[in-house]
Design a protein. Sequence first.
Length: 210
Amino acid sequence: HHALRVMILSGFLGARYAAENPLSLSATLVFEQSYSGVDGDSASSAELYALLSALANAPIRQSFAVTGSVNQYGEVQAIGGVNEKIEGFFELCEARGLTGKQGVLIPKANVENLMLRQDIVEAVRKNLFQIYPVTHIDEGIEILTGIAAGAPDEKGEYPAETINGRVVKRLLDWSEKQRAFAAPPKEIETDKTDMNPEITNTDDEREPDT
């Protein structure tokens, strides 16, 4: 499952951001204090959000939980156990105090599977807890960061201050640095006259003694 998720994330990043320049990054995702494998692909959208957040230098709001699979086109796909995942995060938020800013991002395809407890339904109705159904990674990253994802113009370029625009700029900067590092060193031109200075024998020019 892990290798498949990595290939999907690489496929998305390559298709969207590497049309003109090759991808120049190596990323490592770490689940702190987790010592076992993660089954399934329901964390793949969260992994992609983390990558985009780091590349765009756009912090993710820590009041959200995320679940959902993602394909190489950035489409968020259905997962299993959606009710249990929402309930688990709701209980954590409730224990710490509901603020109205907490919520869960779920695949829109899972909306028809929702059978939530009445206390969660009431919290959502009172705007104390949010559930965001999303269909694409662009929708999710906007909710998580509060920054527009950005759509390409007719030239395929993204607005500079959007998430996608920031990612493109960061990758382009890295690509240029990589090319500069790999380029052969330039030859240093030397002035040959400096290497072989003319030596004047001043003894021959002295006037003879009288």
